[in-house]
Design a protein around this ligand. Sequence first.
Ligand SMILES: *Cc1c(COP(=O)(O)O)cnc(C)c1O
Length: 467
Amino acid sequence: MKYISTRGGAPRLAFDDVLLTGLARDGGLYVPDSWPTFSPDDWRALRGLSYSELATRVMLPFVGGAIPEAEFADMVADAYRGFGHPAVAPLRQLGDGLWLMELFHGPTLAFKDMAMQVLGRLFDHVLTRRGERVTIVGATSGDTGSAAIEACRDRDAIECFILFPHGRVSEVQRRQMTTVDAPNIHCIALSGHFDDCQDAVKGMFNDMAFRDAHRLSAVNSINWARIMPQIAYYVAAAVALGAPDREIGFAVPTGNFGNIFAAYAARRMGLPIRRMIIGSNANDILTRTLDNGVMAMGTVVPTLSPSMDIQVSSNFERMLFELFDRDGAALAEAMAGFRATGQLALGAARWESLRALFDACRLDDSGTREAMGRWHRATGDSLDPHTAVGVEAAVRRWRDPAVPVVAMATAHPAKFPDAVVAATGMRPALPERMADLFERPERYTVLTNDLEAVQGHVATVLDGRRP
Ligand SMILES: *Cc1c(COP(=O)(O)O)cnc(C)c1O
């Protein structure tokens, strides 16, 4: 298996090169050059496997021989070993034909762990084999930083620096980053806003001498290896509920279209998925695209579900590539137009193809709060605000009563305690294994918002780390 860029102007690469490259050189995103397919018997053969065995089988065609099968299987097993539930991603029934898949049992209590835990091990494996090391640098407004830190901790070939805005992330979020006791993890609290952190990271990448000297790299959301492990949980849910002998639907709270694109990939592999429902918060570029046939940039407004507060859904480009019949040159032109005007009209035929596969639903903060309160009264359990957007999208948009629909629970309620308290009056408890989070010692460096100071700090730390 080889990978091609959605804009048609970058070299075809094997899996291990795509992993280390991330964004394609032509500005596009890498996708498989063809979709591998499973037969009905292939799906049936997954019944009864452990989560990591199933995930290994689903991912192997995408790895395409770049990593030996036994080593890959070990990495995947290791990635999910530390999860707080034996099923890794358990299914729970919420109502008639309505299910919830909990993707939040990883080390940082959000679904990004499902992919990041695999990604960190893949990075380390490929780098070690090549005799290379990298320095991961990233900015976070809260969530992605801790997932990246947990993915990189104790990996020999990786040093990891995460910048967060000093005093502007929640205490749970800060402690999930700063209490990680690993020598290769370096947290920086920058005095400033999230944008200042992002600018500092961009500044480091744009300084070519610095970038090359320290081999800077990123684990960003457009990396194909962030999508690939997510395909497995759609397969696990479908097989558990009777696929391939029964159809299934999914509802996904999404911002960047990364999570739900993995459902689309599973469908292309032959999984009988009837439809997929997009749940948007007030930053509803995806719902508007579905409703109007035009992708139009908006301005970001802060919501109760901050991990979906985006202006442009970067992973939607992978879906556009399919809607453009994989014509990279045509898509490159359309994306240039989008960058210039802030709008991309799909045209009638593509819009119709999109609507045949997806439905979408927008939920603002008051709707989210109302849904959280209602589910709490009905079940006694709390949903985090992101998950509530997905569950409510399933309730409002699912139209096939005979087909079960699974809503994806993307965060543990204890990750967003203030929103949960406001909606339900109850404070969600941290899981047992993290109950001492507030007693663990923290380790981070406070720096002024000054690129030279940040670069100086990074260089000094790296000097001390390399004999
Ligand atoms: C990142 C995140 C999302 C959105 O994921 P996409 O890949 O943009 O669809 C949803 N919920 C939570 C809790 C997240 O952390």
